[in-house]
Design a protein around this ligand. Structure first.
Ligand code: FDA
Length: 391
């Protein structure tokens, strides 16, 4: 019942920290209230786990302190994780935009991490509620076990039906660590009745450039019965704040495209011209919104320019997000100011570490969040093992 470190949460970050510390000689207890380790890994990437991204760099992460991620990311890179995946003979592929997925199943990633834990003689306890966490100065006490070091790796509250909780924030408050207010991120946005036009084309998707909160992403947008989704929207949702607007360009170069359509199909109407570039239900909804009813031959340059302006700058004022039930991650979290960026140890509580999604670090969609879990887990794993062998 006495360990060098107790790690709370057997998700991506906790598994990596446990394996790293165990293989460096630390006696590790890894605890989770779930019946299985790595449940979010298992459902990630549609069951194939987008386990990292070839383009990982600090600019792909949101945090009150954008420099915080640099140290951990540089000491355990996407190439380090890929080398581990390859050492286990797990076949992988790049899907798009540097996103690396298993060819087979996300189960292979969990099996690999569990095997790594076994190599480090990690004591894994599942189905274990945390109960009260006590600190008596020298030792942390959890569920009948004790250790001089404790790692919080319990993630954020996104997808509560998977067992996600905000316990990390409760523990942070207990130990006096500040918390940047958490909010759902990588999440669909909802639209009000005034944007009903777009809600009626639910299921339609189109390439787009979405912009909100100073960020811009060129990917697909999906119109839903509640509002907006798809990768472009999930990406900007992390930057969008309640009350803010969002703009969508659904036809880059619209001015030139409409002029070309006027030359090529002078007797056609706007809807037909738009249907050459956009799904027909969207083309119809946009033509209706623009209200240009003339044949293209009779449309002036000014008519086409104002139509282009709508198409390249559709403005929405979302009413909210679909919340933690649909959010792939939680933005905000334990304030990075309270942690060492090198070891993830709390400055004011020696022996206490926080890693993964529990920290105020949120990656873009596309494998970045797992890379943060691996990198922060590795950094803390190295640090706790070093302290264990020194002490
Ligand atoms: P994580 O949430 O994985 O683990 C926390 C652990 O703590 C869990 O095992 C949980 O059971 C345990 N826990 C929580 N509360 C507890 C309590 N009170 N007591 C005991 N244990 C407790 N990212 C990516 O890079 N690529 C991808 O393909 C995807 N895909 C994806 C799909 C879906 C549907 C979701 C919801 C999320 C993703 N993500 C993703 C995001 C990614 O899953 C996430 O960022 C990491 O899992 C975070 O890892 P952590 O280990 O920090 O938390």
């Amino acid at each position: 019942m006495t360990y060098d470190v107790i790690i709370l949460g057997a998700g991506g970050a906790g598994l990596m920290a446990a394996a790293t510390a165990g293989q460096r000689g630390a006696r590790v207890l890894l605890m989770d209230h779930a019946e299985k380790a790595g449940k979010k890994i298992l459902i990630s990437g549609g069951g194939r786990c987008n386990f990292t991204n070839m383009g990982v760099e600090p600019g792909c992460f949101l945090s009150e302190n954008p420099h915080f991620v640099k140290s951990a990311l540089s000491r355990y890179t996407q190439w380090d994780f890929l080398a581990l995946v390859e050492a286990y003979g797990i076949a992988w592929h790049e899907k798009t935009l540097g996103q690396l997925f298993c060819d087979g199943s996300a189960r292979q990633i969990v099996a690999m991490l569990l095997d790594e834990c076994q190599k480090g003689a990690v004591d894994l306890r599942l189905n274990t509620p945390l109960g009260e966490v006590r600190h008596d100065g020298g030792q942390f006490h959890v569920a009948g076990a004790r250790a001089p070091q404790l790692v919080i790796a319990t993630g954020g509250p996104s997808i509560p039906k998977m067992g996600a909780t905000g316990v990390a924030y409760d523990l942070a408050r207990q130990f006096g660590l500040a918390v940047v207010p958490p909010r759902p991120a990588l999440v669909p946005l909802t639209l009000g009745e005034d944007q009903m036009l777009f809600r009626t084309i639910s299921g339609v998707s189109c390439p787009s450039v979405a912009q909100a909160g100073g960020a811009s992403f060129e990917e697909a947008t999906l119109f839903t019965h509640r509002g907006l989704s798809g990768p472009a929207i999930l990406q900007v949702s992390s930057y969008w704040r309640p009350g803010g607007s969002l703009s969508l360009n659904v036809l880059p170069g619209a001015g030139d495209k409409l002029r070309a359509a006027r030359r090529a199909m002078p007797r056609a109407h706007l809807k037909a011209a738009l249907s050459d570039h956009l799904p027909s239900r969207l083309a119809e909804a946009l033509a209706e919104r623009i209200g240009l009813t003339k044949q293209l031959a009779n449309a002036s340059d000014k008519d086409l320019d104002s139509a282009a302006e709508v198409l390249t700058g559709l403005t929405f004022r979302p009413t909210g997000t679909e919340g933690y039930a649909k959010a792939e991650v939680t933005a905000g979290g334990i304030d990075t100011d309270t942690l060492s960026s090198k070891t993830l140890e709390a400055r004011a509580v020696p022996g206490l570490y926080v890693i993964g999604e529990a920290v105020d670090v949120t990656g873009w969609l596309g494998g970045y969040n797992f890379q943060w879990a691996w990198a922060s887990g590795h950094a803390a794993g190295v640090a706790v093992a070093a302290r264990a062998s020194a002490g």
